[in-house]
Design a protein around this ligand. Structure first.
Ligand code: URA
Length: 188
């Protein structure tokens, strides 16, 4: 039932864009929903979220939480790869999604969340945090590691895993947040 609903929902993406896109993947009955920002090159190539560099870091965090990917549903706010052409190399470089791109996929994400109907949603970074809470004034710097509620869902924001590549200091913060999340998950 959920799978059919998702299939119908994802068919709508072809009306939104001509670009290649990826959908959410995983266990449709999962209690935990992870939401990233947008796919990169590797994700588009392999057709799945978080299978590139950020995905490797995410897997390390899931190990700490003792959670398998099969126990989760993972998706992104924006389903296409936001890119710009590098003038020197002519190649595509990732860029953050624009507000227009985020708005275009907003309803898809909302429907996706309501179909999966998880107990807890984990937004990874500013873009999913703001989308899920429907509040563009929020920052992941303030919201990370704090449990809240939106509609009937528990919300536990984490920094985007890729943030730890550029800021090694975040690793310690991440470990503290993961420890807290582990306790939250075992209590739901
Ligand atoms: N970063 C994201 O936010 N999502 C992905 O799927 C990959 C990297």
């Amino acid at each position: 039932m959920k799978k059919e609903k998702l299939k119908k929902l994802y068919n709508k993406i072809t009306e939104l864009t001509k670009e290649p896109y990826i959908t959410g993947v995983g266990n449709v009955d999962a209690e935990i929903l992870l939401v990233g920002e947008a796919p990169g090159a590797k994700e588009i190539e392999l057709g799945k979220p978080f299978v590139g560099q950020a995905g490797k870091i995410l897997d390390g965090f899931l190990d700490i939480l003792e959670i398998q990917r099969e126990d989760l549903f993972i998706t992104n706010v924006v389903k296409t790869r936001p890119f710009r052409i590098n003038e020197k190399t002519g190649k595509k470089n990732n860029r953050p999604p624009t507000q227009n791109e985020i708005d275009a996929f907003f309803n898809i994400l909302y429907e996706e969340i309501n179909i999966i109907c998880p107990k807890i949603i984990i937004p990874l970074g500013n873009t999913p945090l703001r989308c899920i809470m429907n509040d563009n004034t929020l920052t992941i710097g303030n919201a990370h590691g704090k449990l809240s509620k939106k509609d009937n869902f528990l919300i536990f924001p984490l920094y985007h895993p890729a943030a730890t590549i550029h800021n090694q200091n975040l690793k310690g913060t991440y470990l503290v947040d993961l420890d807290k999340l582990k306790r939250v998950i075992s209590s739901i």
